[in-house]
Design a protein around this ligand. Structure first.
Ligand SMILES: [Zn+2]
Length: 391
């Protein structure tokens, strides 16, 4: 198969309300209504949830982690199974990250040069060299609908000079990623197995918390003409208001007619705040990871199911939620399952948290459609940031 600029990939902004945008993203595997939240399917599965339940909860797109899938089961094996959609049975859109974030998280086990990042597998210690070109090839084999460029991810805080040097390297890597994809698109005999001929590629804006570096990165990245743009390197320990400022600064500088994706963010409050600043797509492990630790996101704030006060509480986790967990089960039962270490407890909590996140996105989209986003935001922030039930 050849990679083409598939006419099925396009983005339309249908309506704006302040900074918030209502849109549709068309991909080779169907439509995504934006603003959208992408549940994280690290190893080809959303932890603790069946894909049918992920779909029923309202997810239209999920994220796959290139680093994990490259190491195990391997991108070539996935390509031989027909790509990630066919392999996993999820037939809706998929976005894959570049693997960079996980490699940079390996700290001692990696070394970064201009060429790429050398690292040792967390599974068996084997050595690998992730280059911008390899990140493109792996994602071509996986066959996601949206592939991400390889970028350098920094911790917080870093000195300005370091942030500048890293941002410039990320732009050079983005250019190499774009060139590699163009090569795959133009080759009649592509050098790698291509699982999705309509795959799009997003660039990533870096630059730490320095507004001028973010602007420079946004300008240089969009000069490479990607199908969409991500904001990377946030939610790494910086103060929350600083993160919101950087998001606002960056979205202002990005093309108004292309999708914007804020990587790895965040809490329900972050979603609403960043939609207000012009973000269209999000992913985060919080709803799934916290579910496994017994933390539930609800319309009345966060709830820790381990708390003794729920031992004999017959109420649903969230009285306003329509999910299977909330329709069928009590806080007392979920607390019991959690304390007993039952897998079912983690699964029920995950289903609820995903439903809460995806319902929040639906409410955000409805509010933008009706021109009431600002009052929705106020009301939402007031109710979810009440002191938690059990703090
Ligand atoms: Zn629920």
């Amino acid at each position: 198969m050849r990679l083409t600029r598939d006419p099925t990939f396009c983005f339309d902004v249908l309506r704006t309300d302040g900074g918030a945008r209502l849109g549709t993203l068309h991909t080779p595997h169907g439509l995504v209504h934006t603003p959208a939240f992408m549940p994280v399917g690290t190893q080809g599965a959303v932890k603790g949830a069946l894909f049918k339940d992920v779909a029923e909860a309202g997810a239209e797109i999920v994220l796959g982690n290139t680093y994990h899938l490259y190491l195990r089961p391997g991108d070539s094996l996935v390509a031989r199974r027909g790509g990630l959609h066919r392999f996993t049975g999820w037939d809706r859109p998929i976005l894959t990250d570049s693997g960079g974030y996980q490699v940079f998280s390996l700290a001692e086990r990696r070394k970064v040069t201009e060429q790429g990042a050398e690292f040792q597998s967390h599974i068996d210690g084997s050595s690998h060299h992730l280059t911008p070109e390899l990140a493109v090839d792996i994602q071509a084999r996986l066959g996601s609908d949206v592939a991400m460029v390889l970028d350098e991810c920094l911790a917080y805080p870093v000195p300005r000079e370091q942030a500048a040097g890293s941002m410039e390297r990320s732009v050079r890597w983005a250019s190499r990623c774009r060139a590699r994809l163009e090569l795959l698109r133009s080759s009649s005999a592509a050098p790698v197995e291509i699982s999705n001929g309509g795959q799009a590629q997003f660039g990533i804006v870096q630059g730490g918390v320095f507004p001028d570096l973010r602007r420079a990165s946004a300008d240089a990245t969009q000069a490479l003409r990607f199908e969409g743009y991500a904001i990377g390197g946030l939610s790494v320990g910086e103060p929350i208001d600083l993160m919101y400022d950087v998001v606002a600064e960056t979205t202002r500088r990005l093309p108004p007619d292309q999708p914007r994706y804020l990587m790895g963010v965040g809490t329900p409050e972050d979603l609403v705040e960043c939609v207000d600043r012009g973000v269209d797509m999000f992913d985060c492990v919080l709803p799934t990871r916290n579910a496994r630790n017994g933390q539930l996101f609800t319309s009345q704030g966060r709830l820790n199911i381990r708390n003794a006060r729920y031992a004999e509480d017959d109420g649903p986790p969230d009285p306003e939620c329509r999910c299977y967990t909330c329709r069928r089960h009590s806080r007392a039962y979920l607390r019991h399952l959690h304390l007993a270490g039952e897998m079912t407890g983690a699964a029920l909590n995950t289903l609820h948290n995903l439903t809460f996140y995806l319902d929040t996105m639906k409410r955000i989209r409805d509010a933008i459609a009706f021109g009431t986003f600002s009052s929705f935001k106020q009301e939402f922030l007031r109710s979810v940031s009440r002191p938690a039930h059990d703090s």
